[in-house]
Design a binder for this molecule. Structure first.
Ligand SMILES: Nc1nc2c(ncn2[C@@H]2O[C@H](COP(=O)(O)OP(=O)(O)O)[C@@H](O)[C@H]2O)c(=O)[nH]1
Ligand SMILES: [Mg+2]
Length: 330
């Protein structure tokens, strides 16, 4: 009777350390994260970003007191800062855009924003196609767009629909209801429901997108996020001490709204979503979905242009040859 084969002894070879090796490389290299802010001026864009990245930002630009004049962003302004958390270096670029809907005629007010996003894709493609390309291409591609909805209007305005349709084609859009402290709980829920329905009706495709790579946990997480959208947020750059506890909030005559309290608003969910659960995915999806679509379209156009030029050159050559019988005999 043949004896059973001895169980094979597996020697530890150590390839499981690849995650640590990658982590070391990543720590040294750091990463870029680029967020664009889109919405009307005075909607709390600057305040929200400063609230999200809190103490990490050196020069916060929001208004701190009611006396400060409102600063108007008249052109697209990217501001990059290197921030560091536990040795992980992030080159964070916040791209502020001129307020939407501020003009009597808002036709085409989204054009510079879309152009900016496409320009970053074009710059990346150009560097990628260089014969001697850099080992690590500086990534200025926009990884997320925070879209600020006005709390004074219950639903999507035609301008929002127009902008969101175009914006979702080029980047990961995260809609937020700005200054949601101005809404009652019922209004907030009604507003959210209505916006979700209208987004569905207009086929506005929001991030996160379903992926074949998603497992059960990813699906559950993304479903939870979709339920929350649009995030009803409150921003503040002020810290108060209440019952011996530091609170980031807004002081009103009746008390302090705690920005971090999930019973008050979705701020903490938005922050966790962007930074703790989906940061790497936002970067990856930008590259694999939005940039890839741009790249395919550009390369196809270049190919078509070259084919047209070649056909033109050939036609010109044969017409020259046609006019000169000697040329044919040769
Ligand atoms: N009530 C309320 N006011 C806010 C909120 N966020 C910002 N603000 C105030 O709105 C004003 C404009 O904010 P700012 O961040 O400069 O708006 P931006 O023009 O969109 O960048 C400032 O006075 C802020 O203090 C918020 O969530 N709720
Ligand atoms: Mg601002």
């Amino acid at each position: 009777m043949a004896s059973a084969p001895a169980t094979q002894h597996q020697e530890y070879v150590g390839y499981d350390t690849i995650t640590q090796q990658m982590e070391r490389k990543f720590l040294k290299r750091g990463f870029n994260f680029n967020v664009i802010l889109v919405g009307e001026s005075g909607m709390g864009k600057t305040t929200l970003v400063n609230s999200i990245f809190a103490s990490h930002l050196v020069n916060s630009q929001g208004r701190r007191t009611a006396q400060e004049p409102i600063r108007k962003t008249t052109e697209i302004t990217p501001v990059t800062q290197q921030i560091d958390e536990n040795g992980v270096k992030c080159r964070l670029t916040i791209i502020d855009t001129p307020g939407f809907g501020d003009q009597c005629n808002n036709d085409g007010c989204w054009v510079p924003v879309i152009k900016y996003i496409k320009d970053q894709h074009a710059a990346y493609l150009e560097r990628e196609l260089k014969p001697q390309r850099e080992r690590i291409i500086n990534d200025s591609r926009v990884h997320a767009a925070l879209y600020f909805l006005n709390p004074g209007f219950p639903g999507l305005r035609p301008l929002d629909i127009e902008v969101l349709k175009r914006l979702t084609e080029v980047t990961n859009v995260i809609p937020v209801i700005a200054k949601s402290d101005s809404l009652t709980t019922e209004e907030r829920e009604h507003y959210k429901k209505k916006i979700k329905e209208e987004m569905g009706f207009h086929r506005i495709q929001l991030y996160p997108y379903p992926s074949d790579e998603d497992d059960e946990d990813d699906r559950a997480l993304n479903l939870g996020i979709k339920e929350l959208l649009p995030f009803a947020v409150i921003g503040s750059e002020d810290i108060f001490v209440e019952n011996g506890r530091s609170v980031r909030g807004r002081r009103h005559v009746w008390g302090i709204i705690d920005v971090m309290n999930e019973n008050h608003c979705d701020f903490i969910h938005l922050r966790n979503f962007i930074l703790r659960t989906h940061l790497s995915d936002l970067i990856e999806v930008t590259s694999q979905r939005h940039y890839e679509a741009f790249r395919t379209q550009q390369l196809r156009q270049i190919k078509e242009l070259r084919a047209a030029q070649a056909a033109q050159a050939q036609a010109a050559q044969s017409s020259v040859a046609g006019g000169n019988p000697q040329a044919i005999q040769k």
